[in-house]
Write a protein that binds this ligand. Structure first.
Ligand SMILES: NC(=O)c1ccc[n+]([C@@H]2O[C@H](COP(=O)([O-])OP(=O)(O)OC[C@H]3O[C@@H](n4cnc5c(N)ncnc54)[C@H](O)[C@@H]3O)[C@@H](O)[C@H]2O)c1
Length: 351
């Protein structure tokens, strides 16, 4: 569906004088609540750049197509200059075609009485299909971000189902947890959120995740100090801080009766923008990546959240950070959960 009948030129002369071809970006679960917060930010250039025209492909399941029509209308009504085309679809061969970026938000939600195993089984089926569609239809350079839960294992299944796309192109969202951790420390120190850097989320996007501030820095009145020195409350950092971040998703659901959407959308934008443009000098961020060859003793065949730096659209794990016994135990516990989840998922994948 064309957004505007007025035919824009095939390439676009951006305000910095650069000519850019449109990129093709897929959002799945596009009729859902995260997508509703996300699509505007992408379409107005917050993620891929203010000079980058975009074709937005919106995939959802057939019963949601009427809702998707409403989302398309609203995107049209935003009259955004970078948005060339919006393609709503329920077909993977349309949704995954020639993609530059894929943001996989849609997944099977946990329904009442549903066992964890059944949920995993349903999601393995979805991410196997979507991985195979990436393999068949997307560009081999596509950057894939998995958001739908269980995000780490869904990402692993998608990556395994798209063997000709490098595993490094796949990542899952732990940036929301990372942002939650930064914000908790910032509020505790009474500084703006961007005065905190280099917190780490290790492991699974679940309540076993380990938010770690041993290497974080806080800028307090112009001087940069270690988070432990800035916070001056070790008991809080080793106790309530960790459980607050781990349980934050549940706390939002309890309060809102809906899961985090605005903050998830913001985190997706942060994550994808950093893939596209790189992380800031001297900073690292957290994302779930394929754990091959890591120096932290994490089992290899997992999507595990690590501290990474990104340059030229490639990430590199921050090696050499000192890990004490407290951290080691928590990093291993979340890895163990992921190993179990992977093994269950792999059994379903081979069925
Ligand atoms: N990783 C994270 O940090 C994080 C944070 C928040 C939410 N989440 C997860 O993101 C997912 C989406 O959350 P939401 O609040 O937008 O949910 P939602 O229920 O509002 O929307 C989900 C949408 O996905 C669609 N969908 C389901 N199966 C699909 C499929 N096979 N293909 C395409 N679309 C499909 C649904 O029809 C629905 O429109 C959930 O799994 C949620 O748990 C992850």
């Amino acid at each position: 569906m064309l957004l505007s009948a007025a035919s824009l030129p095939a390439s676009y002369l951006g305000h910095r004088g650069l000519i850019a071809e449109p990129i093709r970006v897929l959002v799945t679960g596009a009729a859902g609540q995260i997508a509703y917060s996300l699509l505007y930010s992408i379409a107005k250039g917050d993620v891929f750049g203010k000079d980058q025209p975009i074709i937005l492909v919106l995939l959802d399941i057939p019963p949601m197509l009427p809702v998707l029509d409403g989302v398309v209308m609203e995107l049209q009504d935003c009259a955004l200059p970078l948005l060339r085309e919006v393609i709503p679809t329920d077909k993977v061969e349309v949704g995954f075609k020639d993609l530059d970026a894929a943001i996989l938000v849609g997944s099977m939600p946990r329904k009442e009485g549903m066992e964890r195993k059944d949920l995993l089984k349903a999601n393995v089926a979805i991410f196997k299909t979507q991985g195979a569609a990436l393999e068949k239809y997307a560009k081999k350079t596509v950057k894939v971000l998995v958001v739908g839960n269980p995000a780490n294992t869904n990402c692993l299944i998608a990556a395994k189902s798209a063997p000709s796309i490098p595993k490094e192109n796949f990542s899952c969202l732990t940036r929301l947890d990372h942002n939650r951790a930064s914000s908790q420390v910032a509020m505790r120190c009474g500084v703006p959120a961007n005065n905190v850097k280099n917190v780490i989320i290790w492991g699974n996007h679940s309540s076993t995740q380990y938010p770690d501030v041993h290497h974080a820095k806080v800028n307090v009145h112009g001087s940069e100090m270690a988070a432990y020195d800035a916070v001056k409350d070790d008991a809080w950092l080793k106790g309530d801080f960790i459980s607050t971040v781990q349980q934050r998703g549940a706390a939002v659901i309890k309060a809102r009766k809906l899961s985090s959407a605005m903050s998830a959308a913001k985190a997706i934008c942060d994550h994808m923008r950093d893939i596209w443009f790189g992380t800031k000098e001297g900073e690292f961020i957290s994302m779930g990546i394929y754990a091959a060859g890591n120096s932290y003793g994490i089992p290899e065949d997992l999507i595990y959240s690590f501290p990474v730096q990104i340059k030229n659209k490639s990430w590199k794990v921050m090696d050499g950070l000192a890990i004490n016994d407290f951290s080691r135990a928590k990093m291993d516990a979340t890895a163990a959960e992921l190993v179990e989840e992977r093994d269950t998922a792999m059994a379903f994948l081979s069925q």
